[in-house]
Ligand binder design. Structure first.
Ligand SMILES: O=P(O)(O)OC[C@H]1O[C@H](OP(=O)(O)OP(=O)(O)O)[C@H](O)[C@@H]1O
Ligand SMILES: NC(=O)CC[C@H](N)C(=O)O
Ligand SMILES: [Mg+2]
Length: 485
């Protein structure tokens, strides 16, 4: 999963893009990039690592202009360590386009063939984002008649992009001298929200971002989430036009955003992430009460950070004391989105430590938001026991992750998932827990969508049902065979 932001402003945008990326850091830690447009001139800088270390003062000074975009990457395709695959991606025709993308394309083999053999475009990396920007450039080229680009031409090109590209994509592009374009795939799998601020411009100042917290921090008013399939085009002087460009748009947002990825203070598709996590806790508490004797449990404990809201609700609903027994080192990033299992495993120990006074002789009920590879949970159970815990009941606010996620979360192969092909008691043994309780799929769905008119969620990693056509068993085998990290 990645974080993206785009801005059309009345003044310099470089610092605003930087600040937004720092707020989106939890969505990707592999690499980052910023691009700006100063009239027809594009500026770009990208680097490996996190936002705070990646940019030097001289980089920031060179990012001139009043339109800009930025990216924090959590690689799902290609390699996390590759600087060539860091985003944004640039193509020089038509006009000069720079694009950032959150998501993962699933028909990459077909697109690579078409772009090479039919469109005759050069591809230099294994990144699916490079495919996306080239499809967009090719389709825009088909529309272009003169020096000026009209919104109708942009929207016609995006309709073609929707026809050709499969998978998930929330994307933002700068088109040199013309404007800023943002679009969301026809299922709205990945998030994208639009905000506005009044200014001295003929039009308003605009922002598009993965999460609403960026809008709040910059004092932007939330206009709305982009609709699935919709494209928005904003000129440098702040005139905005939008159009539905997909033939059959259907909102099916990713459930994992609410479970783990997004920051709790964001609102996505009208759903507060924090409140969704509280409701996940409520429902998990009901399941725990149904399946496990809770009479002998002394304390409920979260695994910081993401499971705190759910754990608070579990404790409250079950009437058991809530205690924080794990101290988290705030200088270590999120472990799940790190590339490579060895680094993830080392980081859990670097990140969490158990305080023995909270564990000695007690029966502990641990709540995590999800169990994916089991890296965190195994270490946690070991730490709890080493700290003197008596019985350890492990619970997950999400159902078992049994299938690969191919829409922008890096869990592409089933063999690395601890729940794949295992029954619950076997998983419990694998994790070393005395009891293991997961959320039910129907409860997760109900908890997330409660109070909205959203009827479908992208839940393939829990159910094995993929919403886009190309995801066949053969495709999953191919992904597995070509996995890089
Ligand atoms: O089963 P696993 O493969 O270990 O993955 C699941 C864990 O990874 C995440 O934590 P992370 O440390 O990334 O971030 P957090 O601080 O937001 O909880 C998530 O919250 C789980 O704790
Ligand atoms: N997590 C993402 O959104 C990744 C975007 C893109 N697929 C990449 O690997 O760079
Ligand atoms: Mg965690």
């Amino acid at each position: 999963m990645c974080g993206i932001v785009g801005l059309v402003s009345s003044g310099p945008v470089n610092q605003q893009v930087y600040d937004a990326l720092a707020l989106l850091q939890h969505r990707g830690q592999d690499s980052t990039g910023i691009a700006t447009a100063e009239g027809r001139v594009l500026h770009m800088t990208k680097a490996k690592g996190q936002v705070r270390e990646a940019y030097r003062t001289r980089d920031m000074r060179s990012l001139l202009g009043t339109m800009g975009l930025g990216h924090v990457r959590y690689a799902t395709r290609g390699t996390a360590s590759s600087e060539e695959e860091a985003q944004p991606f640039y193509v020089n025709a038509p006009y000069g386009i720079i694009l950032v993308h959150n998501g993962n394309l699933t028909n990459t083999r077909e697109l690579t063939r078409e772009l090479n053999d039919v469109d005759r475009r050069h591809l230099n990396t294994n990144s699916d984002t490079e495919l996306l920007v080239n499809v967009l450039a090719h389709e825009l080229q088909q529309q272009v008649l003169g020096n000026e680009l009209f919104p109708e031409q942009v929207f016609a090109a995006i309709s073609r992009v929707h026809e050709r590209v499969e998978g998930s994509y929330a994307a933002i592009a700068l088109i040199a001298g013309q404007g800023l374009l943002a679009f969301r795939d026809p299922f709205g799998i990945r998030p994208l929200v639009l905000g506005r601020r009044t200014s001295g411009l003929a039009g308003d100042e605009w922002v598009v971002a993965s999460e609403s917290l960026v809008l709040e921090a910059g004092d932007y008013e939330v206009v709305r989430d982009l609709a699935p399939g919709e494209a928005v085009f904003i000129t440098p002087d702040g005139q905005m036009e939008s159009r539905q460009c997909a033939a059959n748009p259907r909102l099916i947002p990713c459930s994992f955003e609410y479970v783990y990825l997004a920051r709790p203070d964001s609102v996505m598709n009208g759903i507060s992430v924090y409140e969704a996590r509280l409701r996940l806790g409520d429902r998990l508490a009901n399941t725990i009460a149904q399946y496990a004797p809770t009479g002998n449990i002394d304390v409920v404990m979260p695994i910081p950070d993401s499971s705190r809201p759910a754990a608070m609700q579990v404790a409250q609903k079950l009437g058991i004391e809530y205690r924080e027994g794990f101290y988290k080192n705030r200088y270590v990033g999120r472990t799940f989105i790190m590339p490579g299992q060895a680094e993830r495993k080392r980081s859990v120990k670097q990140k969490l430590n158990a305080m023995s006074s909270e564990f000695r002789g007690k029966n502990i009920l641990i709540v995590d938001d999800s169990i994916v590879r089991g890296t965190t949970s195994q270490e946690i159970v070991e730490m709890a026991r080493a700290a003197g815990a008596n019985e350890v009941t492990f619970t997950s606010a999400a159902p078992p992750v049994r299938y690969p996620h191919v829409y922008g979360i890096n869990m592409p192969t089933s063999r690395e998932l601890v729940a794949h092909g295992r029954k619950i008691p076997d998983i419990a043994r694998e994790l070393g827990a005395d009891h293991l309780i997961y959320q039910e799929v129907a409860d997760m769905q109900a908890a997330i969508v409660e109070g909205t008119d959203i009827t479908e969620l992208e839940m393939s990693c829990f159910t094995g049902d993929y919403v886009t056509g190309t995801v066949s068993p053969e495709y999953l085998e191919w992904v597995e065979a070509n996995q890089n990290s």
